[in-house]
Design a protein. Structure first.
Length: 287
């Protein structure tokens, strides 16, 4: 993902405080990258929900329209950069419809909660579902997050195929003129004295070398970005969350996968998305 975005940003909207915070963040991101912004609301009701609430599809569509119109009116119908905001109302499950849009958008943005209480009970939050099933980059924005530039871009990386999140992270750090911190969580304690006679010694050295080489490769593409590599140990979600400071932007890798038995498969990325108080971009690689 480069500096110039041609395919636009899509933000999910349901009128909640969480989705309005996501829109505020998306507006500035769209202006920063000089791209169009689409405010999308999807409406759908499970049969049980429709029966319990006595709500028709027409009512749900009306609510979706009102949510988008209110959100756009809140901006004065124009972005700070002077561009108009596109509106889109679609019939379908919110997470599924936004995942479909992730195929063709530069970025899909959602609030960390919102978009359906029943959906959270059955499938988990839309943000968690989308972060797991999208086919392009997804930003999950907590309500209390600031809308300004981050102090750092913190990228969580493994030893295998960290290219998507490093590319996106370096590009964002360059565009925002801030440093990048690449964090890798090891099974052994990186602060401990190396056990050169132990069976894991060579593995630890190789692991560090692989991480350093990956970061160095992308640093060559973005020479103006100051970068640091941090090695931590322990539970990966806890270690990555501990590294984050209040004004950081987190960038994580993601591998799209389907839902299984109505529940999301557990992943490090899913755990961080659910718990982080920072904006998190999940860098799915588009085909």
């Amino acid at each position: 993902m480069g500096k110039s975005w041609q395919r636009g940003i899509v933000v999910g909207m349901d009128g909640s405080e969480q989705s309005l915070a996501a829109m505020d963040w998306a507006v500035l991101a769209a202006d920063r990258h000089g791209t169009r912004l689409t405010v999308l609301s999807a409406y759908a009701a499970l049969p049980v929900a429709a029966a319990a609430l006595d709500t028709s599809i027409a009512d749900l569509r009306s609510e979706a329209c009102n949510a988008v119109e209110h959100a756009v009116a809140r901006l004065g119908r124009a972005r700070p950069g002077g561009h108009t905001v596109e509106q889109q109302i679609v019939h379908g499950d919110p997470a599924y419809m936004l995942a479909q849009r992730s195929r063709t958008a530069d970025l899909v943005v959602v609030g960390s909660r919102g978009l359906g209480a029943l959906d959270r009970v059955v499938l988990g939050s839309v943000s968690g579902t989308l972060a797991a099933t999208a086919e392009g980059p997804v930003a999950v924005i907590p309500t209390a997050t600031g809308s300004g530039d981050p102090g750092r871009v913190v990228v969580g990386i493994s030893t295998e195929n960290a290219g998507p999140q490093l590319d996106l992270g370096f590009a964002e750090a360059q565009q925002r003129a801030c440093p990048l911190v690449a964090v890798h969580v090891m099974e052994t304690d990186p602060a401990a004295a190396p056990d050169f006679g132990g069976p894991n010694a060579r593995h630890d050295v190789d692991e560090r070398d692989q991480v350093q080489r990956q970061v160095a490769r992308w640093a060559e593409k973005y020479p103006s970005v100051t970068r640091h590599v941090v090695f931590r140990s322990g539970n990966a979600p806890d270690a990555l969350l501990d590294e984050l400071e209040p004004d950081d932007l987190a960038v994580l890798g993601g591998h799209a996968h389907p839902l299984t038995m109505g529940r999301l498969r557990y992943s490090i990325t899913d755990a961080i998305v659910r718990r982080a108080h920072n904006p998190v971009i999940v860098a799915h690689q588009q085909e």
